[in-house]
Design a protein around this ligand. Structure first.
Ligand SMILES: [Zn+2]
Length: 101
């Protein structure tokens, strides 16, 4: 089971063919399910996950972001996060385990 905790809410991530999702990503707010197209590229799937995360934050916080703003944030996050997974994990560990003298 693929799950994401977004602002305290658990969202299930389910993969379906794009013809069923209707886009690369789609969120069902009532069921807290994020559907991701399984038959698009890795980059499109990860960007879709990030897009739906931003969508969930936008909804929860009532930010009123326009869809192009959501897409820009998702693309920006993808560009920053994807090449830095390992560095972010290391940074996370280092910050958690930092010794303050
Ligand atoms: Zn969207």
């Amino acid at each position: 089971m693929n799950e994401l905790n977004i602002m305290g809410y658990t969202w299930n991530i389910e993969f379906r063919e794009k013809r069923h999702v209707g886009a690369t990503g789609l969120m069902d707010i009532d069921r807290q399910v994020i559907y991701i197209a399984s038959d698009v590229s890795y980059e499109q799937q990860i960007t879709a996950v990030l897009h739906e995360i931003v969508e969930a934050i936008n909804f929860k916080c009532e930010l009123g972001l326009a869809h192009n703003e959501i897409q820009a944030l998702a693309s920006g996050l993808f560009s920053a996060v994807r090449p830095n997974w390992t560095s972010l994990n290391t940074l996370d560990w280092n910050i958690k385990n930092a010794q303050v003298d």
